[in-house]
Design a protein around this ligand. Structure first.
Ligand SMILES: Cc1cc2nc3c(=O)[nH]c(=O)nc-3n(C[C@H](O)[C@H](O)[C@H](O)COP(=O)(O)OP(=O)(O)OC[C@H]3O[C@@H](n4cnc5c(N)ncnc54)[C@H](O)[C@@H]3O)c2cc1C
Length: 420
């Protein structure tokens, strides 16, 4: 109970990353004029705390479901057998209105030999009782960089192998570059490195990588390998085609802005529709779909101000369009400021952090905002609020911002707008 977020996603990952952040802060304390040493990292108890929290919350959800009088709970994998009809545990169930919230699971790419090794995923790594001495991560997206940060802080020797030319591909290229530089101080980061084969080597694994430019093969060996190259839909196991629900070319369920599928009275929310795969989006979509299903409200989901965060070190937060995407449809202005352009950033000796705004030239409407640095997920909320109410760059500037505080970064960026 509780799905990906509680069991194998947001919550356990952030429970692990919080101590990792504190460890890196201590390791970097030198720059503030004091030396500190971490004498011991208790990997076992950090993992055990996460599992305990997860177990307790899972049982809270289960208790809540049990207490709900008008709810039948079937514990088993269900699948459609006919229109509006499912089978679960040998029993047939039907619904006049159906909400599909079947989520997603790790995508395992067809790399030669991958099934011959005990690879880790975001699910199985949470069961680890002992810290791996070395870990190769295939992938350089948000799951890869978050867990790369975690394991490096625990003392694991981490190697990240990303096929694309940069990490966290959906982010601004300059943010990817700052992240690469920062992570490279703590782990080996290889971009343009496509994993071609995975082999067992003694008690560990070797990943053979093809260099994108030279075509040459190189081997990377480690105790374990984590496959983190993306997510795939669960619509296949649910056999949605049996009820006339169509999927897109990636296997995710097709929906319109009202979250209606191609079949009347069947709605799909969350990762299952493959739109914006975050918990806060799934929650909002559920409210909209329920309203449309029962009150015929015809509400539409608006994805233009959906924020997301990456809890790597440094942290990343982003909302709206990137510069490249915005340029396709708008005349834009771009603003940038570094953390150390504001007093608090200077105080914190934050020399790398950056914030960037993309604004529509004629109207001043904020189209996108991207931050890398401490507290990025907290700082971005002001921009999200402004964007949600149709916000313009000037409105943020009119509010007073506490001095000195990192929030001064937001108006600073918007005061630096120029032609790209
Ligand atoms: C490592 C990781 C970290 C993440 N971190 C964040 C984060 O920090 N912030 C954030 O917003 N998002 C994060 N996400 C994404 C977030 O977890 C998902 O967007 C969210 O869980 C989607 O919710 P959902 O209800 O759509 O699907 P899910 O949570 O995946 O739930 C779907 C449920 O349906 C069940 N199911 C599937 N098929 C069937 C079937 N045929 N019969 C019965 N049951 C079935 C599944 O077992 C599952 O329990 C993270 C994801 C991962 C993997």
């Amino acid at each position: 109970m509780g799905g990906t977020c509680l069991n194998v996603g947001c919550i356990p990952s952030k429970m692990l990353i919080y101590p990792a952040d504190r460890i890196v802060e201590v390791q970097e304390a030198d720059k503030l004029g004091f030396k500190a040493r971490i004498s011991d990292v208790d990997f076992k108890s950090i993992m055990a705390r996460m599992r305990k929290f997860r177990r307790e919350n899972r049982s809270h959800v289960r208790e809540g479901i049990k207490k709900s009088k008008k709810l039948n709970f079937y514990e088993g994998e269900g699948y459609f057998t006919a229109d509006y009809t499912l089978e679960v545990n040998g029993e047939e169930i039907r619904g006049e209105k159906i909400f599909i919230a079947s989520g997603s699971r790790p995508f395992i790419p067809p790399i030669k030999g991958v099934d011959s090794v005990d690879y880790l995923t975001n699910e199985t790594l949470l069961e680890l009782k002992a810290r791996p001495d070395s870990l190769i991560i295939i992938g350089g997206g948000y799951i890869a960089v978050e867990y790369g940060h975690f394991f490096a802080a625990m003392g694991t020797r981490v190697t990240v192998l990303e096929m694309a030319d940069r990490l966290v591909l959906p982010e601004e290229p300059e943010i990817s570059e700052i992240l690469r530089r920062a992570l490279s101080r703590r782990m080996a980061v290889h971009t343009g490195a496509q994993a071609a084969e995975v082999k067992r080597k003694g008690n560990g694994v070797t990943v053979l990588v093809k260099d994108k430019k030279t075509g040459r093969e190189k081997g990377f060996s480690g105790q374990s390998v984590l496959v983190a190259v993306g997510r795939r839909s669960n619509a296949d196991t649910l056999r949605v085609e049996n009820t006339g629900v169509e999927t897109d070319e990636r296997g995710f369920i097709k929906v319109n802005r009202r979250l209606e599928t191609t079949k009347k009275n069947i709605f799909t929310v969350g990762d299952a529709n493959g739109q914006q795969m975050f918990t806060h989006v799934a929650n909002r979509e559920a409210v909209i779909a329920a309203s449309n299903a029962f009150y015929d409200t015809k509400l539409e989901i608006d994805y233009s101000a959906v924020p997301h965060a990456i809890y790597s070190h440094p942290q990343i937060a982003s909302v709206g369009l990137t510069e490249d995407n915005a340029k396709k449809e708008h005349k834009i202005l771009v603003g940038r400021a570094s953390y150390n352009d504001v007093a608090k950033g200077e105080v914190m000796m934050e020399t790398e952090g950056l914030a960037k705004a993309i604004v529509e030239k004629e109207t001043g409407k904020i189209l996108g905002f991207h931050i890398i640095g401490p507290y990025a997920p907290v700082l971005i909320q002001e921009v999200v609020n402004a964007m949600t109410s149709g916000g313009h760059a000037g409105e943020i500037d009119q509010s007073l911002h506490i001095h000195p505080a990192l929030t001064e970064l937001i108006p600073m960026v918007l005061n630096n707008l120029e032609e790209p």
